[in-house]
Design a protein. Structure first.
Length: 115
């Protein structure tokens, strides 16, 4: 059974840092493209960052230089280190796995950045 279990997130002040984690199970994590998405109420889900099995990464322009996506294939875990957070980063963040059988999502975790 495919599972993506997220942890981390919470409330932080502007300029602060948070780290999100996503533990995967039920598939061969090492071979799968993974990503973090986020969504604010009334908006479409937005791709934040993507990481390929060889750890090549992609970031949306608004988080470049502030967020770092990484993966530990030995631990079946993906991370999102978020630094210098801004109020515009406030959203629900979702771990994503692009499986051959379809896209799977974590349960989501709220990140709130306050002034």
């Amino acid at each position: 059974q495919v599972q993506l279990v997220q942890s981390g997130g919470g409330l932080v002040q502007v300029g602060g840092s948070l780290r999100l984690s996503c533990v995967a199970s039920g598939f061969d994590f090492r071979t799968i493209v993974m990503a973090w998405y986020r969504r604010t109420p009334g908006q479409e889900r937005e791709l934040v960052a993507r990481i390929f099995p060889n750890s090549i990464t992609y970031y949306v322009e608004s988080v470049k230089g502030r967020f770092t996506i990484s993966r530990d294939n030995a631990e079946n875990t993906m991370y999102l280190q978020m630094d210098n957070l801004e109020p515009e980063d406030t959203a629900a963040y979702y771990c994503t796995a692009f499986l051959p059988t379809g896209t799977r999502w974590g349960q989501g975790t709220q990140v709130t950045v306050s002034n």
